[in-house]
Design a protein around this ligand. Structure first.
Ligand code: PNS
Length: 166
């Protein structure tokens, strides 16, 4: 078997929506790996505010100036997608101890499914450790200020969603 292409990492997630914490992790990864794929989960069952197409559009817009950051979608098992893309690592952000149990379970299950694929955990900048997509949606929809917590493209898209709902 040919070895996986060197230093391609996948950063998978729902990204509903992308936060500055996700951006921070992606940019940190871009220094460590030759190429990064931000892989947006297409999951029809999970109730998302943004469609997969919208999430991809947003992420593409945010990283358009980074030639080594690709944006793609995936469904099914992450390890199957990683094999298909010949990635050597999965990157996940760890914000707080509360993330650890779920992330640990996923990492070990993924390792069970594909032992050659490593999971790398990265910590975002401190000011983003309390951020989550779920909280951003809640705060924004209830009229709170999310400036500085999400890229401006996300603010723009959130306002569009709000206008549709109004
Ligand atoms: O941003 P999220 O929602 O925390 O990301 C979770 C994600 C997309 C990484 C996880 O749900 C996933 O990998 N889903 C794909 C299905 C899969 O491979 N499940 C087994 C994981 S051990």
């Amino acid at each position: 078997m040919t070895p996986p292409s060197g230093r391609l990492a996948i950063f998978p997630g729902s990204f509903d929506p992308l936060t500055n914490g996700h951006v921070d992790i992606t940019l940190r990864c871009a220094h460590l790996f030759e190429r990064i794929i931000v892989a947006v989960l297409v999951n029809a069952e999970k109730k998302a505010l943004f469609s997969a197409d919208e999430r991809v559009q947003i992420v593409r817009e945010v990283f358009k100036e980074y030639p080594n950051i690709e944006v793609d979608t995936f469904d099914g098992l992450l390890v199957d997608y990683a094999r298909k893309r010949r990635a050597s690592a999965i990157v996940r952000g760890l914000r707080a101890v509360s993330d650890f149990e779920y992330e640990f379970q996923m990492a070990l299950m993924n390792r069970h499914l594909e032992p050659t694929l490593e999971t790398v955990f990265m910590m975002p900048a401190e000011q983003y450790t309390y951020l989550s997509s779920r909280l951003i949606k809640e705060v924004f929809m209830l009229g709170g200020d999310v400036r500085g917590l999400v890229p401006s493209a996300v603010e723009h898209w959130l306002r569009k969603k709000q206008a549709v709902k109004a």
